[in-house]
Design a protein around this ligand. Sequence first.
Ligand SMILES: [Mg+2]
Length: 275
Amino acid sequence: MSHPPAPSPLMLLSTDFDGTLIEHGNPAPFSPLLVEILNVLRARGVRWAINTGRTLDSLEEGLESFALPVHPDFALTAEREIYRPGAEGRGWVDFGDWNELCARRHRTMFEAAGPALREVTDFVERHTGAEVRYGRHLRGRDGQPELAGLVATDSAEMDRIVAFIDRFKGQIPDFSYQRNAIYLSFCHAAYDKGTTLKALGDMIGLGPEAIFAVGDQENDLPMLTGVHARHTACPANSSEQVKETVRRAGGYVARDSFSAGVIEALRFYCEDLGG
Ligand SMILES: [Mg+2]
């Protein structure tokens, strides 16, 4: 006996950008079918957030350069900020007072972490080929621009840097970082893609059972454990650690990569999308 497809439980989608929606180096970096599917879901009232380690400026650049013909309802940037589109869909504005509080807590953390971050800078400059990045809006106690993140030359080099940084974890209140392959950015320990997604869900009245999250790298782990999003997935190009986390959360590990993998996952959770 045939039965109608179950209604989709998904009301909020949280998708990573680079390596999940977008395949770098491919002249067709995303599938037009994904755009169609996102439009179908959004017509049903499903909301879509891009949840990325990119800063807002960098995400805007990315959206423009890859010419994604659909705009998200929310931009979750730097693994901690929450924006919604501005008036008439132009630009982005803070969603509630979350970003203000987030910035204040980061300033306090960075002030306390100043001496440790100078040691990290010294280590990185002496012993590695990694590039240091300073925060435009971050200032240490002495008014100098604060170290915001690092870009290593390869993954093994970042492993060595992380081992050095980990000495300071637990010693400085709220000091933490997010790593994405060769990229690392320092942050307040209370903020990651998972806690930021939970905050967005709280603000729009949606709990984990209505939330879907998909990502491919280490900084996506906090939104893929099943806690903040009950429906999790990763494309086939994801790191082993991500696949293992998604499996343990009872989520969906796609056979296909990048946006094709995201389509596969959305079809898995929304039977009525066909496929
Ligand atoms: Mg990614």
